[in-house]
Design a protein around this ligand. Structure first.
Ligand SMILES: [Zn+2]
Length: 110
């Protein structure tokens, strides 16, 4: 999200309206705290700059929410402590408190 633009951006608002009008489920996930020149920030921070798409915990596969929440062996202990053993991403989303605790313990919310 360009820092000088309105928040939420017009495109996001239009997407939400489109989904509501067409009865389409929508999950929005953003890292709105990443600073990078690419989207107009004057400085880059480590959230906006990455050398690799690989998972920070295991460095074996791309770091996707599904990988981290369901599969990553590098965060298995933390996942078990906060989420148990979810069998689907949908199941994990049903435990928002657990998800927040999980991401918070990983320090990946900053
Ligand atoms: Zn991993």
């Amino acid at each position: 999200m360009p820092i000088e633009d309105q928040i939420p951006p017009k495109e996001l608002v239009e997407l939400v309206i489109h989904c509501e009008d067409n009865d389409i489920d929508l999950i929005i996930s953003v890292d709105s705290n990443a600073h990078h020149n690419l989207w107009g920030c004057k400085v880059n921070n480590k959230r906006g700059v990455t050398d690799s798409p690989l998972c920070r915990a295991c460095m074996e596969v791309d770091e996707t929410p599904t990988h981290v929440v369901l599969e990553c062996t590098g965060v298995a202990e933390q996942r078990e402590r906060h989420l148990g053993s979810p069998t689907s991403f949908h199941e994990a989303l049903g435990n928002l408190g657990g998800l927040l605790g999980f991401w918070s313990e990983l320090g990946w919310l900053e």
